[in-house]
Structures are given as C-alpha cells and as structure tokens.
Ligand binder design. Sequence first.
Ligand SMILES: [Zn+2]
Length: 74
Amino acid sequence: MHLFLKNPSFSQCAKCGKPVKSHHACPFCGHYRGKEAVDVFSRLDRKQRRDRESEIAAQTAVKETKTSESEAVN
Ligand SMILES: [Zn+2]
C-alpha cells in the first residue's frame, strides 16, 4: 500500500502536479479549481519566480504527453 499517495486529504495539483491538500490552493503555483487562487509568485524574487514558472511549464508539458496516466501509477 502506498498510503501517502492514497491519502484522501491530499490530491494532485491540476496545473503543476504537486501534492496539494484537498480544498486548498496549491502552495507551489497557487492554482485552485481552475484558476489562480493565490498569488504565490508575489512572494518570490525574480529568479525564484522564473525557476518556478519553468518548472510548472515542464510539469504541464509532461502532463499533456502522459494525460491521466500518472494517477494510475503506483
Ligand atoms: Zn500547482
């Protein structure tokens, strides 16, 4: 059993794929239920912001090629 992955109080961010507490905005990208709920980038300096944006873009690209496959992987 993979209890961490199956933990119902956590889900996966639809945008960046990070684990997110259910009913909370993603702490990594601020995404929640189809929109930017939290401006996480305002707390970062320019370099951190750019790094995070590129990581999110990479995650999005991976998600698009894999579709929903990642949810089925144990
Ligand atoms: Zn996210």
